[in-house]
Design a protein around this ligand. Structure first.
Ligand SMILES: Cc1ncc(C[n+]2csc(CCOP(=O)(O)OP(=O)(O)O)c2C)c(N)n1
Ligand SMILES: [Mg+2]
Length: 722
């Protein structure tokens, strides 16, 4: 018989339970701060429900009533420099952090509230109602509350979507030399999703000062925790990843506070991430003013049992017992909070003309101007003021493409210590799988970060760094197809962040993404991501075709305050072409294409390695084609001046790309060209793409699946005959 030795995880897993002695010893100022915050947050949430019931909140308003103890207890353990984010159910945490920011010494609801607090209430309520004076000018609403100055970095409508971002806040705080921590709040449902679990791993591997705060309110919509997992004690997940974890009664704000103090101390001491599970309950259904029992997934009796453990009642009871609060002062505080909310409501609402008695509407002047709809999808590019463009002064010679890739990054990292590069194996193998980061780990040991294989986590971490703003992350994807793995972070988080939070916040993230068509890596490693990124409004896209362009475009990408995907092609890596002799500081301006060959017969539009394929095809065909290398591919950065001038001359367009027709970039572009330049076209826009399926591994089938010089030459012949 083998011997069986029970094993224990290294990380601690503790249940923290308060005793009467804890309540007796608790600092009266702390209890008072908790009490007033709790009462104000509760009044806020009750007022929101009132507005929701009256149809004045457009979209969901996920109530936190019942859960305030976790938010207030934990936020009061934080310092001003600490950053938090949260989920769709985040009013309470947002308010706690914002109130702590404007009133760090606490406030008294029985007295006149300071203007700063009234403004927080008003702007938060306005945001939830989708109004112009909200923190995000009404773009974010209930689920996207952000006030960066207060360290409230944004709540999130994607379950688990905010978790990787918080790892980025934690990384930035540490790298900046502070002892700041980050806290990410999420629900029991989010404890099962990949982005959360990936981030547990990444944060533990890198010992990041981030607290995973699980608000276990027992349900994800109507699905109970026990139904959704084999280990309903959600804090058990932490030790498996090496994360010190606490379980605490979330209805007891002091217990949450004491657990959080331990967790914060652990993180400030540099001992890595923490997990705090607070068992709690939302008194209402997922959203709206009805209880969960109305939807039959739980009983009235269960709801009554939890309500009997109300966090405000518990705290007020202890304070009254200790003589720190009177019943009259408690009631006056509740009344003060209610009237503060009514005053906020007065600012936003007015009687509905012709409505029933008491019926209200939003004051028309409070709505955002519809013309604001697309403002701030991307930045205004003012960061390029004073940027030095490339030109004749840049001495050029023949260089290997991949060497220019590594060299420009070395140059920028030397000049700008905010730049940090991350991705799988970027720190080894002489510069990752292709040599793109060659020599950089030795030069910048703490800024070249080899990541675990977890595209959602490390892309999100980079997104968090970009939102934080102190550093400029560069993410490398080994293959472009992995964008689907990281899709939430790329498209829902990074791409939408600026616009969704009001249009003003920069998101300076560079993604380097490699296209490997033709290398025999098959269906899941060969895609060109341009067509998909072109559908994502926040992103800028560059596709360099020469070493000279790569340097200028990478410099532009790294200066840009918007997320930029730099698409690279394996065919180019080992090619040589014109590149700078020693000047790696020039920029190729946003929105400027290059005419690689002048011609009269047809405009051939290409990018990346297809530029050289197109030029070769033109030479072979004898057609007098003009070949345009787009360089910038996204909707906002396309060079319509160059494209327009060419089409007005040739009256014909051929768009060439290598990849499959399904995710084609050219489909989008041809629609755009015909909208803008239809009057100048003498023939339908022609396109060269690959086949329907992604390329296979078999060399013959792979070649048949994508387009190259031969297909372009064939299209040119057809154009010549037409
Ligand atoms: C990825 C994703 N899947 C599903 C949803 C729809 N949805 C929104 S909230 C929610 C329940 C989340 O439960 P939990 O994480 O426990 O948070 P709680 O609502 O209880 O605070 C669901 C399924 C979503 N927003 N995002
Ligand atoms: Mg839940």
């Amino acid at each position: 018989m083998p011997e069986l030795h029970p094993l224990q995880p290294e990380a601690t897993w503790t249940a923290l339970v308060t005793t009467d002695a804890d309540w007796d010893e608790a600092d009266p100022a702390l209890l008072a701060a908790m009490f007033h915050q709790l009462v104000l947050v509760r009044a806020f949430e009750e007022y929101v429900l009132e507005l929701a019931a009256a149809g004045l909140v457009h979209g969901p308003a996920h109530s936190s009533i019942g859960q305030e103890g976790g938010a207030v207890g934990s936020v009061l353990a934080l310092a001003p420099g600490d950053e938090i984010n949260g989920s769709h159910r985040g009013h309470h945490q947002f308010l706690a952090k914002a109130l702590q920011h404007v009133a760090p010494k606490g406030f008294d609801l029985t007295a006149e509230l300071p203007d700063e607090i009234r403004t927080v209430l008003l702007r938060t309520l306005a945001e939830i109602c989708g109004l112009a004076r909200g923190f995000s000018h009404g773009r974010g609403g209930s689920m996207h509350l952000q006030w960066k100055q207060a360290g409230a970095m944004g709540t999130n409508a994607i379950v688990g979507g905010g978790v990787p971002l918080a790892a980025g806040f934690a990384w930035a705080g540490r790298q900046a030399g502070t002892d700041a921590v980050a806290v990410t709040y999420f629900g029991d449902g989010a404890a099962n999703i990949g982005s959360t679990l990936e981030t547990f791993n990444l944060a533990a591997a890198w010992r990041l000062p981030v607290c995973f705060f699980v608000e276990n309110n027992q349900y994800a919509v109507s699905t109970s925790v026990a139904e959704a997992t084999g280990e309903p004690r959600l804090s058990a997940r932490g030790p498996g990843f090496g994360i010190a974890s606490w379980r605490v009664d979330g209805m007891d704000p002091l217990a949450v506070h004491l657990a959080m103090r331990e967790a914060v101390a652990h993180m400030r001491e540099g001992r890595g991430p923490t997990l705090v599970e607070a068992d709690t309950y939302r008194y209402f259904h997922q959203n709206g003013p009805f209880p969960g029992s109305a939807f039959r997934y739980r009983s009235k009796q269960e709801e009554a049992q939890w309500r009997a453990r109300d966090p405000i009642e518990l705290l007020a009871g202890h304070m009254i017992r200790r003589g720190l609060l009177t019943e009259a002062a408690r009631d006056a505080s509740v009344a003060g909070a209610k009237s503060a909310m009514e005053a906020a409501g007065e600012m936003l609402l007015e009687p509905k003309p012709g409505g029933k008695p008491g019926e209200r509407r939003i004051r028309p002047a409070e709505w955002p101007d519809p013309a604001f709809v697309d403002v701030g999808v991307r930045g205004d590019l003012s960061e390029f003021d004073g940027a030095r463009p490339g030109g004749d002064d840049v001495a050029v010679h023949e260089v290997k493409f991949i060497d220019a890739v590594a060299e420009v990054m070395r140059r920028r990292m030397t000049a700008d210590d905010r730049i940090v590069v991350m991705g799988e194996d970027v720190h080894r193998l002489s510069g990752g799988t292709n040599g793109a980061t060659k020599g950089l780990k030795d030069a910048f040991p703490d800024r070249i970060l080899g990541t675990p294989i977890s595209e959602n986590a490390f892309t999100g971490l980079a997104g968090g760094i970009a939102l934080d703003g102190r550093f400029r992350p560069v993410v490398e994807f080994m293959y472009a197809d992995f964008m689907w793995v990281a899709a939430d972070q790329l498209f829902n988080q990074v791409g939408k962040a600026r616009h969704m939070f009001g249009g003003d916040g920069p998101v300076p993230l560079v993604l380097r993404s490699k296209v490997a068509t033709g290398s025999g890596y098959g269906s899941q490693h060969s895609m060109d991501p341009a067509g998909v990124f072109a559908t994502a409004p926040g992103w800028r896209i560059v596709a360099p075709s020469t070493p000279y362009d790569y340097v200028g475009l990478m410099n532009a990408a790294l200066r840009c305050e918007d997320p930029v995907v730099v698409i690279e092609h394996v065919d180019l890596y080992n090619s040589t072409g014109p590149g700078p002799v020693d000047d790696y500081d020039y920029h190729l301006p946003v929105g400027r294409a290059a005419v690689r060959r002048g011609g009269e017969a047809v405009t051939v539009v290409a990018y990346l390695s297809m530029v050289a394929e197109a030029l070769a095809a033109v030479a072979e065909s004898g057609v007098d084609a003009e070949v345009i290398d787009l360089r910038w591919l996204d909707r906002a950065s396309l060079d319509w001046e160059t494209l327009g001038a060419s089409v007005r001359k040739t009256n014909r367009v051929l768009i060439v790309e290598q990849g499959p027709v399904g995710t084609s970039y050219g489909g989008w572009l041809s629609d755009e060209i015909q909208r803008r330049l239809f009057d100048w076209l003498d023939a339908p826009i022609m396109r060269v793409t690959g086949g329907e399926a992604s390329p296979s591994i078999s060399k013959v089938l792979e070649r048949a699946a994508y387009a190259r010089r031969e297909e372009v030459a064939e299209a040119l012949r057809r154009a010549g005959e037409a």
